[in-house]
Design a protein around this ligand. Structure first.
Ligand code: PEP
Ligand code: MN
Length: 341
């Protein structure tokens, strides 16, 4: 249920409604928009909505019919913009996250980040804990890898994005990471979603390879329901019928679909989405045109010798060329409108 307050109500009016809802066992989530404050009431038992409608400060009470509530467009009409230092997800800006699949060494990160920062990239990615299909494949450098990420990101004025695989890693990782990434394999790890819901850093939630958009939004709802509303949704491809030419099927239409039903920013990962280097450029441009708020791209200085995902990593040269093309496209797309298409 959504309680839309009248414009210019006082804090006491808002607290009165929050108190009423909490007394009935609801969790009250207050969202202050440009004109109206909206209070989302979730959980709880039955409540006679007329009692709330009759309050002087209340404009309207709306029932949210979707199973995701806080993530829904009904709860918040305006797009969410998540600001991180000088960067942002959402609004008239394409956020680019780039870096290797896995952190391999300090020297590797130095070489890559130097080039990325020259291209204007603000987010440095790199896995320190790698969810690998095979237990014999490289599993990541752990905390050592996070230290390298922090050190290099600080040197180049970048923010660190890295994947968390288990709740036990939170207290250690929080020292090094600016944005937590929950990977596709953990999209429905509800304990992990709950735990990252309690931290005050943004979370990139990747779509599970076999997850519907509804399940994806409900996974985001778990994080938001636990208190963290800074969720960035990342489409990274789903299992299709043909994995001969592409690793996954990149569901670009998930972007406008999610934007219709949710206010959260959406980004595209064309590396995992395609699995092929030559497809990253066309997929990235299509993502920008279709309304994505950002891209997550794997980049490696020597992809043929990368510890993981070399085939879907851009070389530094290819990445530089792509960034140039994206900048030109951005000028066209963001010139006349606040949000693309
Ligand atoms: C990654 O981004 O390194 C990764 C493992 O991606 P995904 O969870 O989408 O497979
Ligand atoms: Mn990877």
């Amino acid at each position: 249920m959504l309680i839309v307050m009248k414009p210019s109500v006082s804090e006491a009016d808002i607290q009165q409604v929050v108190g009423l809802l909490e007394a009935k066992g609801f969790d009250a989530h207050v969202s202050k928009g440009e004109i109206n404050t909206v209070i989302g009431a979730v959980g709880g038992k039955v409540i006679d909505k007329r009692g709330i409608e009759l309050l002087e400060s209340v404009q309207e009470v709306i029932k949210i019919t979707s199973s995701y509530k806080l993530a829904s467009r009904a709860f918040q009409r305006e797009d969410t913009i998540i600001k991180i230092g000088t960067a942002q997800f959402g609004g008239a800006e394409l956020a680019v996250i780039a870096g290797p699949c896995a952190v391999e060494s300090l020297e590797q990160l130095e070489l890559i980040a130097d080039k990325l920062s020259k291209c204007g990239v603000k987010f440095l990615r790199g896995g320190a804990f790698k969810p690998r299909t095979s237990p014999y494949a490289f599993q990541g450098l752990g905390e050592e890898g996070l230290k390298y990420l922090r050190q290099v990101a600080d040197k180049y004025n970048m923010y660190v994005v890295s994947e968390i695989m288990d709740i036990s890693q939170i207290s250690m990782m929080i020292k090094y990471v600016d944005v937590f990434q929950v990977g596709a394999r953990n999209m429905q790890n509800f304990k992990l979603l709950k735990a990252v819901g309690k931290i005050n850093k943004p979370v990139i939630l990747k779509r599970g390879a076999a997850a519907t958009v509804r399940e994806f939004l409900l996974a985001a709802e778990h994080i938001m329901h636990n208190g963290n509303s800074n969720v960035i949704l990342c489409e990274r491809g789903i299992m299709g019928v043909d994995s001969h030419f592409t690793r996954n099927t990149l569901d670009l239409l998930a972007v406008p679909v999610i934007k219709k039903y949710s206010h959260l920013p959406v980004i595209i990962d064309p590396s995992h989405g395609t699995g092929r280097r030559y497809l990253i450029s066309p997929a990235s441009k299509a993502a920008l045109v279709i309304g994505a708020n950002g891209l997550m791209i794997e980049v490696h200085h020597d992809p043929d010798n990368a510890y993981s995902d070399g085939a879907q990593s851009l070389t530094l040269e290819l990445f530089t060329a792509l960034m140039q093309e994206l900048k030109e496209l951005e000028n066209v797309i963001y010139k006349t409108q606040n949000t693309p298409l």
